[in-house]
Design a protein around this ligand. Sequence first.
Ligand SMILES: [Zn+2]
Ligand SMILES: [Zn+2]
Length: 452
Amino acid sequence: MVKLGFYGAAGEVTGSNFLIDTGEHKYIVDCGLFQGADEITEHNDEPFAYNPSEVEAVVVTHAHLDHIGRLPMLVRGGYKGPIFTTEATIELAGLVLQDALDLATHRHERTGKPLLFERVDLQRTLEMFQAVPYHQRHALLGSDGFTLYDAGHILGSAAISVEAGGKRIVFSGDVGHAPNVLLPQPETGFAADVVVTEGTYGGREREDKLDRLAVIREAVDWVTERKGVLLVPAFSVERSQELLYLLNTLFNKHQLPKIPIFLDSPLAIEALQVFERHQELYRKDVQQVRRVDDDIFSFKGLALATSVDESKAINEQAPPKIIIAGSGMMEGGRIHHHLKRYLGWPNTYLLVVGFQAPGTLGDHILSGASTVNILGERIPIRAKVVRADVFSGHADNSELLDWLHGLRYADNAKVFVVHADADKTALFEENIKRAIPHVSVVAPELGQVTEL
Ligand SMILES: [Zn+2]
Ligand SMILES: [Zn+2]
């Protein structure tokens, strides 16, 4: 009997971690960090509910921290096997995990908060990665194996079909929002006995009436007119590159006013190189643009701030100006300095383009707080705050249902809803049952182990 254990992203969005136990072999899919409010992140301090040294292989969906952030802890805990994923994910994971360690080290020096893992754990983790291309079945132990499919969520992202103990278990990973700016549509159509699907926006349709370029143009025009500052807190991987690509598109169309634009994120700047190394993963139309525009992420007026001095120099630049900086949920990173400086100013336009987990600074600002605490100071919010869901990297309710509907289900197939807030899954479960009547649908609890 194959068992599936839900050790993260069960009843919440972050911390993805699933254990397949065939009775003979144990495999893990994703080993992500819990992120957001304290009562969520404290799960990171708990030991794994299984013995990492008994796990024989890990397969990873994509390079977001909520899917890879605890890999070094797994290795520290005794895991010695391979970590399989796409080549682009391996390259991005190296940058993302190093960045996470740097941030944690700073926090450790400031507050004494213990590190979850050390440099040596990270180094060993990176050595264990093995690249597997999309669509090529890769053998695990015995007759087990897995295949990766393009999830269209971030560069290199995958849905994983694992064959283990005679069951075909499909993990959606994070399903992309189509049309994505740079990536093709999420693939579906493969066979499944069991599906573990993300449900971040399950039960919710997003209002994507405006196109992304229009949203950016409106914000840029607003700050240009008022000599203001456009602040865009952005995830360093994918969202920042998308924003640059869209700004580059406006530039090519002569629709970008001549105002200075800063990408103030060393991680996003490094990730640019990974994107350019993997142009084969872009959508076909983006590949065509790339053939005539030799740098689709760069244009006149853009400055990349890698060093701290370059970042500080952004302050010297008189408005109007545009600043794109991490972190995406405004929990740390260079965006803090810019928020501290500009949130209290009525000519600031804060464009929120990413998911804000409950309890994060971004969540507080979006929910209408009048003041927030940043870097030890109480800051009033006088900026114009605009949330633009059209930039979301996640499929919404209809898109998730389309993806799920596209799979080929065995008789008595089961669907598990994960990667969603517990209070938001009921409606999504109903929708799935209606769209695919012959499957059973369950939202597992954290720590639950289910026989398949
Ligand atoms: Zn993701
Ligand atoms: Zn995720």
